[in-house]
Design a protein around this ligand. Structure first.
Ligand SMILES: CCCCCCCCCCCCC/C=C/C(=O)SCCNC(=O)CCNC(=O)[C@H](O)C(C)(C)COP(=O)(O)OP(=O)(O)OC[C@H]1O[C@@H](n2cnc3c(N)ncnc32)[C@H](O)[C@@H]1OP(=O)(O)O
Length: 313
């Protein structure tokens, strides 16, 4: 159904784009505009000795191999890469910078700290905060996701550890997922916190693992061990934790054999409807998140969840 939402006009535009050769990218960007963001200015790019895009906060470390055009983006927000505003803005800036870099062809997203890819949204940002704070927080989640999910690049998640909730959201936004073998978990466990995955996150889960499995996983807030995640198709490959990055690089090299423009146009053809839907319903989605998250009963559940996390020790 979603595919059929791409209008005939767009299909013609895409075909023309392929046909006109030299001007292909200009046409491509007209057809599928990628948004830029003033937040970029706050995170100056630094280029030196093959390192680049190191953000001013260093919560995101980026290294690009100039020869292959592969950039590795490492989340570096200890202890568990919880997605706070700083990390999310830095990630978004980084995705957008790489997007604009014509020599960049692929992005590998991973964690600087093995054993935890990302613990998901910073729960403290959702607890006892003003509605405005929560609304602004959610917009940062949306913008980060739009930049990654809508990327023309090959995007590969090298999931070198636990990957719950919004960690899984990041993984699902990528084109391919390689996860560490062993006792690491991945999934959308929002309902366990009395939260409800928004429509665009639910849809990506459905797109990746199919309706029945996604429906069940979302309802029970399932977190799957990596072997089960592989079986479900939630991840595409497993590797020993120390090899996840290397396996991701090897996989990217296979993908690089495919011509960029055909691959990117094909990707956008399947993702554009959902991207457009979120862009169209952004404010509605923010309001829902703000109203749901600040509800007293949800605040109580978040408090209990936080206590459970602390009590684990
Ligand atoms: C009709 C439509 C309605 C729509 C309604 C919409 C409303 C809502 C939509 C919401 C959808 C949002 C989508 C995403 C949501 C989220 O991401 S919520 C976050 C969920 N995350 C988790 O459940 C993971 C929690 N963490 C863990 O399970 C573990 O920490 C770990 C990742 C497995 C790592 O374990 P370990 O290495 O043992 O570290 P810990 O000791 O547990 O943690 C270290 C410290 O970090 C703190 N911490 C952990 N996770 C978080 C977090 N997510 N946020 C903030 N802080 C976190 C933990 O408490 C420890 O702190 P200290 O005790 O102070 O050291």
């Amino acid at each position: 159904v979603r595919n059929s939402l791409i209008s005939g006009n767009e299909t013609i535009k895409m075909a023309l784009t392929i046909a006109v050769g030299g001007r292909v990218w200009r046409k491509f960007f007209k057809t599928f505009p990628f948004r830029s963001n003033s937040a970029l200015k706050r995170f100056p790019t630094c280029r030196a000795n093959g390192r680049l895009y190191s953000t001013s906060s260093d919560v995101v470390l980026v290294r690009k191999d100039e020869e292959s055009g592969i950039a590795t983006v490492r989340m570096n927000n200890p202890p568990v890469n919880s997605l706070n505003p700083t990390l999310m803005v830095a990630l978004r800036s980084c995705f957008e910078e790489l997007e604009k870099d014509k020599t960049c062809r692929a992005l590998i997203l991973t964690s600087q700290k093995p054993k935890v890819f990302s613990a998901g949204l910073d729960i403290l940002q959702l607890y006892q905060k003003s509605p405005d704070h929560v609304a602004q927080f959610w917009e940062k989640v949306q913008d980060m996701w739009l930049a990654l999910y809508g990327s023309r690049l090959i995007t590969m998640a090298a999931i070198n550890g636990h990957c719950p909730a919004a960690g899984c959201l990041l993984g699902l936004a990528c084109d391919y997922r390689i996860m560490a073998e062993g006792n690491f978990r991945i999934g959308l466990n929002e309902t366990q916190l009395d939260l409800v995955a928004p429509f665009w996150l639910r849809q990506t889960m459905i797109d990746v693992i199919g309706y029945r499995q996604a429906e069940m996983a979302l309802m029970i807030g399932a977190l799957y061990p990596s072997d089960k995640a592989l079986q479900l198709g939630l991840v595409d490959k497993l590797a020993p934790i120390e090899d996840v990055q290397t396996v991701a690089e090897e996989e990217v090299k296979n993908w690089l054999k495919i011509p960029d423009q055909a691959r990117a146009i094909t990707k956008m053809a399947s993702r554009k409807p959902l991207l457009d839907e979120l862009r169209r319903r952004k404010q509605e989605d923010i309001q829902t998140f703000r109203d749901e998250t600040t509800r007293e009963s949800v605040q109580k559940s978040i408090q209990q969840y936080l206590e459970k996390l602390k009590a684990k020790k």
